[in-house]
Write a protein that binds this ligand. Structure first.
Ligand code: AGP
Length: 372
């Protein structure tokens, strides 16, 4: 009903707007911005649980899998632990190299996804420690994991995952800060800076969402008749490109592919023409990969492909190169997946609305996939 949607036309939009609060709830009591220290005692986690850890395996499906991909970038960089990421449906049928030195992190909003649950059981049977990142309290995955960090995003009704994803990213950041501290790879100064930025992030997002929403709504007017999209990102924003493409395809039924921008020349550039727009993620702060993204955008434009670029506000160079440009505030590399995800959700939402799609209940999809 309208009341349940809190005045929003769809649950999905309500849940997009709830993200600042959801991230605040995820962080609550777990991060001290003064010291940069992470406390995961609400999940019964202490340094002993991680003793002798040699490898981390993220196992999940769909959007939760994309959170795991971001986790690889974060944990390897901040904690220096080798990370593998697997789709649960692959992991469970391929005899993965898992042993007592492995931490399996299973990520699931619902806590009931059949393949993810099977992956959990397999990892546990092989002697791994299993940590769940779960939204639904008391769900099967939450009960069967050795430990669980709840995302505390609140109930997510829309089939397209939005606030659950950004809450998962937030938990993974906490885990990276925690393990980075334990390993000594993350300096206390850097930890403090990141902690402060993370605590301030919900406030930033709260101001940003109502500001960029009208712009994305307007942009959807130019793009909603297209049937094929490419989403490009690099490094930690490559999984965000995958997630942006998944959002668009599942709710608007537009074919969208996420790609690591460096792969363009290995195939997808053949698709580029006037009727195939590219969504490009190119924050100026992303160092060497920024220049690489700029080259990729030039390559697309020279083949007459429209480019909708998301980058750092005030980046006139990028704005000039692109067909359309959405400027976002500068943030640290670690935080950038959280930030860049949100405008892509709003874009997918507005595209689906213009196409008259059933945003909250897309065809053929279920909120929780409890059968294979
Ligand atoms: C996301 O928008 C999806 N509808 C879907 O990919 C989902 O993320 C996937 O089914 C995993 O669900 P879970 O997080 O509840 O395990």
């Amino acid at each position: 009903s309208q009341a349940e949607k809190g005045g929003f036309p769809h649950f999905m939009l309500k849940e997009i707007y709830e993200q600042p609060e959801a991230i605040r709830d995820t962080l609550r009591g777990r991060l001290d911005p003064e010291s940069g220290r992470v406390d995961l005692s609400d999940a019964a986690l202490s340094p002993e649980f991680f003793e002798g850890l040699r490898k981390i395996f993220f196992v999940a499906c769909g959007t939760s899998y994309h959170a795991g991909l971001v986790g690889k970038y974060l944990l390897e960089a901040l904690a220096g632990i080798p990370v593998e990421v697997d789709l649960a449906s692959e992991f469970r049928y391929r005899d993965p190299l898992v042993d007592e030195g492995t931490l399996a992190v299973v990520i699931s909003q619902s806590g009931e996804t059949a393949d993810t649950l099977a992956g959990l059981r397999l990892a546990r049977d092989k002697g791994a420690r299993v940590l769940g990142i779960v939204n639904v309290l008391g769900s099967t995955i939450a009960r069967e994991a050795h430990r669980v960090i709840y995302t505390h995003a609140g109930p997510e009704i829309g089939v397209a995952s939005t606030k659950a994803f950004t809450s998962q990213l937030t938990v993974i950041l906490l885990l990276a800060l925690y393990l980075g501290g334990l390993s000594g790879r993350l300096s206390p100064e850097r930890a403090r800076l990141l902690a402060r930025e993370l605590v301030e992030f919900p406030g930033l997002l709260q101001k940003l969402i109502p500001k960029v929403h009208p712009l994305l709504k307007e942009l959807s007017e130019h793009y909603f008749r297209q049937e094929n999209f490419l989403y490009l990102g690099r490094n930690i924003l490559f999984p965000v490109a995958l997630e942006g493409a998944l959002k668009l395809k599942e709710i608007s039924y537009i074919h969208a592919e996420g790609y690591a921008a460096g792969e363009m020349k290995h195939g997808p550039i053949a698709l580029i023409e006037e009727s195939v727009p590219t969504v490009a993620l190119a924050p100026r702060e992303s160092g060497v990969v920024y220049e690489k993204m700029v080259s990729n955008i030039e390559e697309v434009r020279s083949r007459r492909g429209p480019v909708l670029a998301f980058g750092t506000q005030g980046d006139e160079h990028l704005a000039g190169l692109s067909t359309d440009f959405v400027g976002l505030p500068p943030v640290s590399w670690e935080i950038s997946p959280l930030l860049y995800t949100v405008p892509l959700q709003l874009f997918a939402y507005e595209m689906a609305v213009r196409r008259g799609c059933d945003v909250d209940q897309p065809r053929n999809l279920a909120k929780s996939v409890t059968v294979e």
